[in-house]
Design a protein around this ligand. Structure first.
Ligand code: SF4
Length: 212
């Protein structure tokens, strides 16, 4: 098993990253975690990656096959689509934000994570949110959005708005895998949500992005 955590330069904020050492410590603990049944089938714990001093953090669902193999979040087709949309709508790369999942180990066969698995893994995500202390959190899909907002509402009803979250702002959007399945309309909605996130960061450029 390996621990994969990488830190980009603090290009967005210019802040130093004292959080990096603390994050690495949590990643080390997670790397041997057996708090839920997902430990049994994983190849790697996928803790998170990106800029630990970023103002922007994405939270997804759980690792897929490629993520489990590589130990890095969002490195498959969904992640490639997300990277493209974030670059096009926000002008940002992985050096500029941090990205992690709700559960750090791959659910078998890419099934949905179960409530007790999400609950068991929550302290890792909570610590990441606390240490990174982003100004804007973008939740990707139902599981991340429901977990952070503590709601039973689905993503289709929740997206399209910005929510206060622990002194930050939370922008829910679809998981990029939904865009791979759902096509252009879902992509357009994700684009619109990314523009909301950019505006929330105070970096919106009028007329520079596509809305739906
Ligand atoms: S999913 Fe989270 S709680 Fe479960 S074994 Fe992996 S790191 Fe531990």
């Amino acid at each position: 098993m390996q621990i994969n955590i990488s830190y980009g330069a603090a290009v967005q904020t210019g802040r130093e990253a004292p959080e990096a050492g603390a994050l690495a410590g949590i990643a080390k603990v997670a790397s041997t975690c057996t708090l839920c049944r997902l430990a049994g089938g994983r190849k790697n714990v996928v803790f998170g990656m990106g800029n630990p001093a970023a103002d922007l953090m994405f939270v997804g669902e759980g690792p897929g096959e490629q993520e489990d193999l590589q130990g890095l979040p969002f490195v498959g087709r969904s992640g490639q689509l997300l990277d493209r949309l974030v670059l096009e709508e926000m002008g940002l790369t992985r050096q500029d934000f941090y990205i992690a999942n709700t559960v750090k180990c791959r659910p078998p066969g890419n099934r949905d994570p179960l409530p007790d698995e999400i609950e068991a893994c929550w302290p890792y995500l909570e610590k990441q949110l606390e240490l990174i202390n982003p100004r804007v959190v973008v939740t990707l899909g139902n599981f991340a959005t429901k977990s952070l907002l503590a709601t039973a509402e689905g993503i289709s009803r929740l997206r399209g708005r910005v929510y206060p979250y622990r002194g930050a702002q939370l922008v829910p959007t679809f998981h990029p895998s939904a865009a791979l399945r759902g096509g252009g309309q879902v992509v357009a909605q994700i684009r619109a949500d990314l523009v909301r996130a950019k505006e929330a960061l105070g970096a919106a450029q009028p007329g520079g992005a596509q809305q739906s």
